[in-house]
Structures are given as structure tokens and as C-alpha cells.
Design a protein around this ligand. Structure first.
Ligand code: ADP
Ligand code: GLC
Length: 532
């Protein structure tokens, strides 16, 4: 990997505390459709814990702030602590068009991020985050302008605007144009790509709506075949660009994964780095997770520790089988999959091979996911034909996701591409070796088992933690599942070692938050030197 693509690391403790504004459509558990919400929440917490002043701006989907505490998570205060900013917030849109909104802020708490919720009933009054709507350009264009204008109006001027995915990607453009001459103009911007596939190719009317200067309407700015491409514009204007794993940072420079923007990314390669996501190890903690049937009992003694892991896994598997109506088999491997059912995730590859596989192999499969309706129906039909062996829940259920990961012997992630992927890290932490395709963050986080037994006892970063397969095909996935079956039935000592290796890995934000802090520092230096 080139130096530019692997971000430098500096100990966070040595950094000057920064004012960091996140602009994001998702922040778990307030608003989440996938890993973006987990990532923004856990990174914001890690940066705030390191002493930075972090404010997170997002829409309040569904109208007003949630009336009850949503979680034990300290990042999200109960409703009693939401305070409306005293004045209406004036958002500067087209000439002579100022639109007003309300912003709710969480009470300041030491070493915690401060959450800012945008209330605007016409744009965000319904609960969906993206939805099949025709006004997303205006919704997220407004969110972005409101985040900056609220910072201006409240007198809190960030050093860094860290913006996430296409919905917030116009913030660097606004900082370089309509807000350049304001006190925010000094702010550097960092744009994180969580998924290059989603670019926000929207109505050209956004130019008028946000009062963008006409020189931006060119192919090396916002214009894309007569439409406005939010992400592309952000890539040209952000001071620095990151994505969520080193391998994905390399992959998106080439046409196969570049989604038509690889030429822009190659143009900006010197400012692009890949920083692996961490996980929130308080939310995903096998020792304390209240959603599970049984929690892991710690023991310093190695033999007792191994027994505790086996007991933790067996109890959660038993409970999951009972909850889902699977046969109570203790000695057949249970494979689970939890994902958005989109082509990215490759669950269709599983559907292709599953009917035959379930007929031949002694194994069980449980799937939780929503998305593509046709794929949901295919998977539900396979489950109906294999009652007791296979179950499919076409739903979004956070607590069940935790139990499916804790109760699994193996966790399936046959992604066609995967910018980072969090669920494979959750599954390793919960003792379910993942079966993953070698792509993006999956390749960066899962160390493959070698069947000849050569590496089962390897230590440290080389210790195997899962099964890794090469191709996004049903055949390649089938081979990998057969490898997992042999691991389970023929190499029980290796299987136990893989479980424990994954559970011992450090997936915390410790290193990666420090890498973000280093990227912020270099973005600020570049902005202040005048070269965006
Ligand atoms: P992506 O962001 O591409 O969906 P990640 O692996 O980064 O993939 O994150 C997925 C997150 O969404 C995880 O927290 C996972 O548990 C959650 N998730 C996905 N589908 C569901 C579902 N049907 N029910 C509950 N949680 C889900
Ligand atoms: C996106 C990606 C996923 C990543 C997540 C958080 O949704 O698909 O791979 O883990 O963002 O960065």
C-alpha cells in the first residue's frame, strides 16, 4: 500500500483538542439503517473520550426528539436532557430565501459527544431516513446547510467538518463557496466514503436551492451527465478524504470498485487514506450484553477460560434455536447471516446454493435481513421447505441481530464488495468465526484458517480467525462452507482456537481514532496553508 493510502498514526493524547463537527444522516441508535450509524456513534464517542469537542448534527426523523431514552448508551441522553436552541435557526438558501428550523441539543457532558437534532417537519417529519422519495436532494442539501448555519449562529466554529457519505458531501463545497467568507471558512473538511455505490445523483435544481455558484456546474465539479452528483462534488472539494478500510481505499482507485468515480479518486489519491473502523465495545460486549440469553464469564485461567467460552456459546445457541424454532441440535453447526439484503452483501449467492446444501449437510442456517423483496421471498421459501434446519426473518431487529451473532457457530458474509463491514468484527468478538469473501475491510480484519493445520496455533495478528474465500460466486461460497464444516467436524481443536483468537482480537477504536485525529491535523494544516 502506498504511504498516502495508509493513514499515519499519532497518539491521540499528544494532539491539541479539536472542535469537530460531524454531519451525518445516521447516528446509532437514534437513526440507523446499517453500519454507518454504528460507525459515526462509536467514532464520535472515541474522539470525545480522547478530549476533543465533538458535535454531531443529524436530522430528527419523525419530527421531534424521541420521548424516551433509547438505550443505555451514554452517547444518547434521555429526553429530559434535550434542549431546544433558544432562537429559530435561519438557514441561508437561495437569494432572498431563508428557511427556519429548530435544533435540539443534548446537554453537554464531559468527554461525550454533543448531539444536535434538526427539526423540520416538511422535510424530516416522517420516520424514514432515505426512503423512496423524490426530495432527498432538498432534504440532505438542507441538512448540510443547516449544520453549518447552526454552527455559525451558535458561535461554535469547528476546526474540522467531518462529513459522512453523499448526503453530507456538499458541506466541503459550501465551505469553499457560499460560506468561505464567514468565520466557518477556516474549517477544514474530511469526507468519509462509507459506500461509493451511493453517490446522490440528484436534480440539478440543487444549484439554485443552495445558491451554488454556476462555475461548479462542470464535469470536474458537481455535474454528472446533466444531474448533480453530491459525492463527486464533495470528493473534489474536501480537504482530505478517507474511507473505512485500507483495502477498500486501494480498490476504489480502479474501475471494478470505482463506481465511475475512480478517476476522481486517482486525482485525489494523495489526500485519500483508508482507516479501519473500530467497534463500540460497550454495545457489543459478550460479558455484559443484556440482549443475550447468557453472558461470558471471565476467567484468567486458560483452561477455565476455554470452558467459559464453550458454555457461553452453547447456552446462546440453545436459546436461539428455541427462539427461532430450529431443532435443538447441540452438535450441528449453526450458520447465521445478518445483513441488508442488497446485491452488495451476496445473500443471493447463499440462496443459490442453500437448497442443495441443506439437503446434504448436517448444519443449520438462520438469516435476518430486509431489502430486496424478491430475495426475501426466495429465502423465506427455502426456510419453509426446510423447517427446523433453516429459518429466515425478513425484519430489522437489533436485539435479534445480537443473539444471532452470539448463538452462531459461523457467521456468513459473502459480500461482493465491503468497504469495511462491522458484523464480521462483532461475530469474532462473540466467538462466531466469520466466513467472508476476501474484499475490502473483510480482507483487512479476518485472518484465514489454513486447513493443513499449519497456522491454527499461530499467535498475534497471524492467528486465524475465520474462513476467507476468493470469488463472489456460489461455487466459491460453497467451498468455503464445506471448509467450515470440516473445521467444525474434523478439527475441533482448531475450531476452538479460532473462536478464542477472534474473541481476543482488539477491534476497539483506540488506534483508528488516533489515525483520524492525525488526518484532521493534516487537513487543518493544509487548509490554513491555503491549499484545500
Ligand atoms: P452495512 O453498513 O453495509 O450494512 P456493516 O457490517 O458495516 O454493513 O453494518 C451493518 C449493521 O447493521 C450491523 O450493526 C448489523 O447488526 C445491522 N443490521 C443489518 N441488518 C440488520 C437487521 N435486519 N436487523 C438488525 N440489524 C441489522
Ligand atoms: C457502509 C459499508 C460497510 C461499513 C459501514 C460503516 O454501510 O457498506 O462496509 O462497515 O458503511 O463504515
Amino acid at each position: 500500500m502506498s504511504e498516502a493510502l495508509s493513514a499515519p498514526r499519532e497518539p491521540t493524547a499528544l494532539m491539541t483538542p479539536l472542535k469537530i463537527l460531524f454531519i451525518t444522516p445516521e447516528f446509532a441508535p437514534l437513526a440507523k439503517t446499517g453500519g454507518l450509524g454504528d460507525m459515526t456513534a462509536s467514532l464520535a464517542k472515541a474522539l470525545a473520550a480522547a478530549g476533543h469537542d465533538v458535535r454531531v448534527f443529524l436530522p430528527c426523523y419523525g419530527g421531534t426528539p424521541p420521548p424516551v431514552p433509547l438505550t443505555s448508551s451514554p452517547a444518547v441522553p434521555p429526553v429530559a436532557q434535550w434542549r431546544a436552541f433558544p432562537a429559530p435557526v435561519a438557514v441561508n438558501l437561495a437569494p432572498r430565501h431563508t428557511e427556519f428550523c429548530r435544533v435540539w441539543e443534548s446537554a453537554p457532558a464531559p468527554l461525550q459527544p454533543r448531539v444536535q437534532l434538526l427539526e423540520h417537519h416538511a422535510l424530516f417529519g416522517s420516520p424514514e431516513i432515505y426512503g423512496e422519495r423524490n426530495d432527498n436532494a432538498y432534504r440532505f442539501g438542507f441538512m448540510t446547510a443547516a449544520a453549518l448555519d447552526f454552527a455559525l449562529q451558535s458561535g461554535w466554529h469547528p476546526d474540522i467538518a467531518h462529513v459522512h457519505d453523499w448526503t453530507a458531501a456538499l458541506a466541503p463545497v459550501l465551505l469553499n463557496t457560499t460560506r468561505r467568507a464567514t468565520p466557518l471558512g477556516r474549517a477544514a473538511s474530511v469526507l468519509t466514503i462509507h459506500n461509493l455505490r451511493h453517490q446522490g445523483i440528484e436534480t440539478p435544481d440543487i444549484m439554485r436551492y443552495l445558491r451554488l455558484p454556476s462555475w461548479l456546474w462542470s464535469a470536474d465539479n458537481i455535474e454528472d451527465h446533466g444531474r448533480a452528483n453530491f459525492l463527486k462534488a464533495g470528493l473534489y472539494h474536501a480537504t482530505k478524504i478517507t474511507t473505512v478500510s485500507p483495502t477498500y481505499a486501494r480498490e476504489i482507485l480502479a474501475p471494478e470498485h470505482g463506481c465511475g468515480l475512480d478517476h476522481v479518486l486517482r486525482h485525489r489519491a494523495a489526500d485519500l487514506s483508508g482507516i479501519l473502523n473500530g467497534i463500540d465495545d460497550a454495545e457489543w460486549n459478550p460479558r455484559a450484553d443484556p440482549r443475550l440469553a447468557a453472558r461470558l464469564e471471565d476467567d484468567d485461567d486458560a483452561a477455565a477460560g476455554a470452558a467459559a467460552v464453550s458454555a457461553f456459546k452453547a447456552a446462546n445457541k440453545r436459546a436461539l434455536q428455541a427462539e427461532l424454532g430450529l431443532e435443538p441440535l447441540a452438535d450441528a453447526p449453526l450458520f447465521t447471516l445478518v445483513a441488508r439484503l442488497q446485491p452488495q452483501k451476496g445473500a443471493d449467492l447463499l440462496a443459490d446454493i442453500l437448497p442443495d446444501l441443506l439437503g446434504r449437510a448436517r448444519m443449520q442456517v438462520a438469516v435476518l435481513g430486509t431489502g430486496d423483496h424478491g430475495l426475501e421471498q426466495r429465502l423465506l421459501a427455502i426456510a419453509a421447505a426446510n423447517a427446523g434446519k433453516c429459518v429466515v426473518r425478513a425484519a430489522y431487529d437489533d436485539a435479534l441481530a445480537h443473539r444471532l451473532i452470539a448463538g452462531a457457530d459461523f457467521f456468513l458474509m459473502p459480500s461482493r464488495f465491503e468497504p469495511c463491514g462491522l458484523t464480521q468484527m462483532y461475530s469474532m468478538r462473540y466467538g462466531a468465526p466469520p466466513v467472508v469473501r476476501a474484499t475490502g475491510g473483510l480482507a483487512d480484519t479476518v485472518s484465514p484458517w489454513r486447513e493443513n493445520g499449519a497456522n491454527a496455533t499461530a499467535a498475534g495478528a497471524n492467528a486465524p480467525t475465520g474462513i476467507v474465500f476468493p470469488d463472489a460466486t456460489g461455487g466459491s461460497l460453497l467451498n468455503a462452507i464445506h471448509e467450515a464444516l470440516r473445521l467444525y467436524y474434523e478439527h475441533p481443536a482448531d475450531f476452538a482456537a479460532l473462536r478464542r483468537n477472534g474473541m481476543a482480537r482488539d477491534f476497539s477504536w483506540h488506534d483508528s481514532a488516533a489515525r483520524y485525529a492525525a488526518v484532521y491535523a493534516s487537513a487543518i494544516a493544509a487548509r490554513r496553508a491555503g491549499g484545500d
